[in-house]
Ligand binder design. Structure first.
Ligand code: NAG
Ligand code: NAG
Ligand code: NAG
Ligand code: NAG
Ligand code: NAG
Ligand code: NAG
Ligand code: NAG
Ligand code: NAG
Length: 780
């Protein structure tokens, strides 16, 4: 036989485990001889003839056995790619059937043997199997479901084959799997939800397949260190991922939204490759300074923002590719190093200074705007047509602005009169036990997982009822702030002086505290700089059967008025927000919404947000104060003033992005921010929308005339136009036309950016800090 057969080494056995004197059990001995026959006795297996003790065969380049007692525990047969000539008529099924004789086999490696056809189902009989490496063969078809019985399987490596079908859902039922590598196959469809159960998963390598769709939440896979999804069609939304990742490769997929701010907490991340996707949004400077980062590739996306020469980098960083984005500013000095072992690539951006292969900055501005604006060609025509019609009546409308302003003022007055003061507090009877069920404290594990967002927010914890009583003077009516049909909200001052808001919920159904824990857990995650964050909770239980009589939810308390107060300069607030402060506030709202959608799992959508639900704290940081969660719903359906049209969608259009109605609400808030007067009724939105549409295409004078007089001098035309454009897109009647939250975020940042560049010398300090906050730190 030809000696051209070459083999690779694979020595994994631990020599100490081999009992040299032991004889292999007879049936296993026979099975080995049969394997040798099936493979047509290649030279590496000829040593079989020289000994009766197969377990003592020296591990060779190609062939390694390991035994424990009289059982074979490891079998490695590895040929070189394509170089192992299988005999004519070789049967892959017979080969694997023979292997099932090794009932104690723990490690099976059959690499580069040219094995063909489907992976035989009898593999499922190797009940002791822990590691299977069948890479570089020609397997086709689905991964057999019989393998789901391999409960001890720790590593499954099937790279470089032609497996097809979906990634099986039963992977989730294999508790021990730590390495799952299916690279370079033809698998398609989404990743099954069951992946969220693979608690021991350390390596997930699925690159080079045809997988698509959303990735299930991987946040709880605390052991996961390597994710490699390169070259699939996953997206557009990034999954939630665990923070101990070391390698994250998402290259060449269809991810399209912004990068999550949580990345900042990935302290072990060495390699981050998100290149060749459709990411939009600001470049996050912290990516250069992640504590462990060595390799960063964000090329081929639409990242925007301003680089600065004084940005810092982790010294360990040896590869950076920023090419083909929409970055402005100057390249950070730390990337200009001429050490040869460092690579920094940045072509095809709009950087200034001594750097080559850059576009003019107008290119990035324009390209960036081109992303979100009017995606469908047809709409240009429609809006142009509308414009022409509208221009005819423009004179009339502009004349009418003064009139409509008068109408609006009248409307506001009427409305103010209609608003009823909070009804007086009810007398509350106490018929429940005073202390929460002690057992609940053991449920602290639910809470320990809350995000470490916003260092200034106190740690989430359980409160004792006594503590809450002391803080509210035993729920005295003087502490009552507001109430609904099934709740009261109290202002509470803790012993340490911290002021909080307590929401007391009356529970009508008799349920155990445990049954509420999923709700509580989700509320406990509402912690973000732009939310009235959750601080803790407390259960009050009936003493007889320990079911819950009341739940107390404790939130941050913000006193500095609503966003509307600050826009229309109401009451004690004499100073209205400047133009930049307004955009920064809007940014805060959008970031809060973005967190509600993506920062918690499941996301919190359809929050029915009004400008009066947006509060400001003393540093004028906005805090959203309304969440669409079951426990926080008001039973009594308030017939609200502005009842906004929800989605008007044709039955054929697909919903691409959940959360469009929140985007609509953002749009209405933007509208009020621009025009600077309260918007109470739906028909005002419609009226202003038409007006905005007209002004947008007319001229600067028209645009300024519609803006709040308080900011008319302040704002640059380009910035105003950007704000009007994004506002109009948000309040589009068709949800599918509305932008994504990331899109809105980006446009607001752009509006600040152009506002800033329009000013040669920013006169106000305030303005400067606002800009810095958004471009240098990118706060979360
Ligand atoms: C097996 O024995 C034959 C002669 O009996 C010898 O030529 C060959 O080198 C031996 N092979 C090994 C691997 O020991
Ligand atoms: C070998 O395997 C058999 C069957 O799996 C088992 O009963 C026996 O205990 C094993 N021998 C050793 C030494 O582990
Ligand atoms: C595998 O196990 C199944 C059921 O346990 C059995 O019917 C089948 O014969 C086994 N196959 C082999 C090749 O041992
Ligand atoms: C599978 O086996 C081959 C040959 O021994 C080896 O090169 C490869 O690294 C193994 N794959 C994994 C993921 O261990
Ligand atoms: C993918 O697998 C095929 C067949 O095994 C092989 O020919 C090809 O080189 C592999 N591609 C990559 C990128 O590894
Ligand atoms: C990839 O999957 C899609 C469906 O998910 C299918 O239409 C397409 O043909 C697949 N492409 C390849 C190369 O298999
Ligand atoms: C850097 O990114 C650009 C754009 O995607 C790409 O063309 C280039 O090959 C990349 N360079 C390296 C070394 O990866
Ligand atoms: C970086 O430079 C900008 C102006 O170019 C300055 O405002 C900022 O404070 C500097 N940041 C640091 C960390 O030095």
């Amino acid at each position: 036989m030809e000696v051209s057969v070459t083999f690779l080494v694979a020595i994994i056995l631990s020599v100490s485990l081999i009992d040299q004197s032991a004889q292999l059990e007879f049936s296993q001995f026979q099975a080995l001889l049969r394997l040798q026959q099936l493979l047509n006795s290649p030279p590496p297996l000829n040593s079989f003839f020289n000994t009766s003790d197969l377990c003592s065969i020296e591990p060779s380049q190609t062939f390694t056995l390991a035994c424990y007692g009289d059982n074979l525990t490891q079998l490695h047969i590895n040929g070189q790619t394509g170089g192992f000539p299988l005999p004519r008529g070789f049967s892959t099924r017979a080969f694997f059937s023979t292997i099932t004789a090794f009932s104690s086999l723990k490690v099976l490696s059959v690499v580069s043997l040219g094995l063909q056809g489907p992976l035989p189902a009898v593999l499922g009989n190797l009940s002791s199997l822990e590691i299977l490496n069948a890479s570089s063969n020609r397997f086709i078809g689905e991964i057999p479901k019989e393998m789901s019985s391999l409960k001890g399987l720790q590593s499954l490596i099937l790279d470089d084959n032609a497996f097809s079908g979906q990634v099986p859902a039963w992977f989730g039922s294999l508790p021990a799997v730590a390495v799952l590598s299916l690279k370079n196959n033809s698998l398609s469809g989404p990743l099954p939800r069951s992946f969220t159960a693979m608690r021991n998963l350390r390596v997930l390598a699925l690159s080079g397949n045809n997988l698509s769709g959303e990735i299930p939440n991987l946040h709880r896979l605390h052991n996961l260190q390597v994710i490699d999804l390169e070259g699939n069609h996953f997206g557009p939304r990034l999954p939630s991922m665990p923070t101990r990742l070391v390698t994250l490769v998402l290259r060449k997929n269809k991810f399209g939204l912004g990068l999550p701010s949580e990345l900042a907490s990935y302290y072990q991340l060495k390699k981050l490759d998100v290149s060749m996707n459709g990411f939009v949004g600001p470049f996050l400077p912290f990516m250069l300074t992640l504590p462990s980062i060595q390799y960063l590739d964000i090329s081929g996306n639409r990242f925007t923002g301003l680089l600065m020469s004084n940005m810092s980098c982790n010294p360990e960083l040896t590869f950076v590719n920023l090419s083909s984005n929409l970055l402005l500013g100057t390249l950070p000095d730390c990337l200009l190093s001429d050490q040869t072992w460092k690579v920094a690539l940045y072509a095809d951006n709009c950087l200034s200074g001594e750097v080559r292969e850059q576009h003019p900055s107008s290119f990035c501005h324009k390209e960036a705007l081109a992303v979100p604006l009017l995606p469908a060609k047809k709409k240009h025509d429609i809006s142009a047509h509308k414009t022409r019609l509208a221009l005819g009546v423009l004179g009339g409308i502009l004349g009418g602005i003064a009139t409509s302003a008068l109408v609006l003022i009248a409307v506001r007055k009427i409305n103010a009169r209609q608003k009823v003061k909070s009804p007086p507090a009810r007398l509350l009877t106490e018929n429940a036990s005073t202390l929460c069920n002690v057992k609940l404290l053991s449920d602290a594990r639910y809470i320990s997982q809350t995000m470490k967002m916003g260092a200034t927010i106190p740690t989430y914890r359980t409160f004792a009822l006594e503590e809450l009583k002391n803080a509210t003077n035993n729920f005295d009516s003087s502490s009552l702030i507001s109430e609904g049909s099934n709740y009261q909200i109290y202002r509470a001052k803790l012993a340490d002086g911290i002021v909080l808001a307590i929401r007391r919920l009356e529970m009508r159904k008799k349920r155990t505290p445990q049954s509420y824990m999923p709700d509580i857990e989700q509320i406990s995650k509402l912690r973000h700089g732009h939310l009235s964050s959750a601080i803790g909770h407390c259960f009050e239980c009936y003493p007889d059967d320990s079911t819950v009589s009341r739940i107390y939810l404790i939130f941050e308390f913000t006193t500095n008025g609503t966003l509307r107060d600050h826009i229309s300069g109401k009451g004690i607030l004499t100073k209205k927000l400047t133009w930049v402060q307004r955009i920064v506030s809007a940014l805060g709202v959008v970031k809060g919404i973005q967190f509600l959608h993506t920062g918690t799992v499941p996301g919190v959508f359809s929050n029915d947000l009004k400008i009066t639900d947006v509060l400001l704290d003393h540093s004028l940081q906005v805090k959203i104060n309304k969440y669409n969660l079951p426990l926080l719903a008001d039973d009594r359906k308030v017939s609200s003033r502005v009842s906004l049209p929800r989605t008007e969608r044709s039955p054929h259009s697909r919903v691409k992005y959940k959360g469009g109605d929140d985007v609509y609400d953002i749009g209405v808030i933007l509208l009020e921010i621009i025009v600077g007067r309260p918007i109470m009724y739906q028909n005002e939105v419609t009226l202003l929308k038409d007006l905005l549409q007209v002004c947008l295409v007319t001229d600067e004078v028209a645009r300024r005339s519609i803006a709040d007089p308080a900011v008319q001098k302040d704002c640059s035309d380009e910035s105003l136009r950007t704000m009007m454009q994004i506002c109009l897109r948000c309040i589009s009647p068709d949800e599918t036309d509305r932008p994504s939250v990331e899109d809105v975020l980006w446009n607001l940042q752009f509006a600040i950016q152009v506002q800033e560049s329009s000013k040669e010398e920013p006169s106000e300090n305030e303005t400067e800090t606002a800009i810095e906050e958004n471009f240098v730190n990118v706060p979360f």
